[in-house]
Design a protein. Structure first.
Length: 286
């Protein structure tokens, strides 16, 4: 029973990161209708930014606002100078190659600057373990889970009640109508892409205390975020949140029951089954 509860807690934790990545991806897709294939690389940049700040003596949690601001700025600049001109072509292929190319660029820049060596961040509280009944959890994981819950709730509140959130939702529903009413659509695009990148950067910051940092770390999270978006529904923030938690639980439970070797295989099989079933249901409705 204790092993089961331990796997459950670990699944919720990793699922929280998948949810945050999926929500960032869905914020971008919901407004601009593009899939950001370099989303995982923004998480990797967030991890390296946290590593840089830690080398300067700043605690990873204290560096969280700075990492979010830096990744937001990178995303805003990329959106303004690269993605906005490509949106005018209305070509999925152009956006695919652009975002994949950006991901490769981010990876290689990190490789040139930091090399391929795995790096870690160790603090005075890294090894502290909290005992919650039969479940033991590292303090950094517990704190990160708390941050993930607060950030997720803040994102929901921001999108639903703030004036900027209402403009984002208006643009996602009807960009032409939103522009007619005076909403600066291009600025909303820049802000939205920056927000999605900032969420990925925050996830990267929170991962650094119990995850290795290397230039290729973003790849697995990018693919998992895409699964979360597809399963949860394109443009659905709530769906991404739920799908991310379910994905994390599926990984840990399959590792416990079947074995860690078949963890990713289980996820891919379930993902394919969901896609097939969804397509069958869509065809039956026609």
């Amino acid at each position: 029973m204790g092993i089961f509860l331990q796997a459950l807690v670990n699944g919720i934790l990793i699922g929280g990161f998948y949810s945050l990545m999926g929500m960032g991806q869905n914020v971008i897709f919901g407004v601009m209708k593009i899939i950001n294939f370099c989303h995982g690389e923004m998480l990797m940049l967030g991890m390296y930014l946290t590593f840089i700040f830690s080398e300067l003596g700043l605690d990873p949690y204290a560096a969280l606002p700075l990492v979010a601001l830096c990744t937001f700025g990178i995303g805003a600049l990329v959106q303004h100078f690269l993605i906005t001109p490509s949106l005018g072509t209305k070509s999925f292929t152009n956006m695919l190659f652009l975002t994949v190319g950006l991901g490769l660029l981010y990876q290689n820049v990190a490789l040139v600057i930091f090399s391929s060596l795995n790096r870690t961040i160790v603090t005075s509280y890294s090894g502290i373990t909290i005992q919650l009944g039969p479940v033991s959890i590292l303090l950094p994981k517990l704190v990160s889970l708390g941050f993930l819950m607060v950030i997720t709730a803040a994102l929901f509140v921001f999108l639903k009640y703030s004036s900027m959130g209402k403009m984002i939702r208006a643009v996602s529903q009807n960009p032409v109508g939103a522009e007619v009413t005076g909403i600066p659509v291009k600025k909303i695009y820049i802000f939205t892409y920056g927000l999605g990148c900032a969420l990925a950067g925050i996830a990267g910051d929170l991962l650094t205390l119990f995850y290795v940092i290397n230039p290729t770390v973003g790849g697995q999270f990018s693919f998992k975020a895409l699964i979360v978006v597809v399963v949860g529904g394109f443009g659905s923030i709530q769906g991404a949140c739920i799908a991310g938690i379910c994905l994390g639980l599926m990984e840990t439970m399959s590792s416990l029951i079947i074995g860690p070797t078949y963890r990713d295989l289980t996820v891919f099989v379930v993902f394919i089954v969901i896609l097939v079933v969804r397509q069958i249901l869509i065809l039956r409705r026609r």
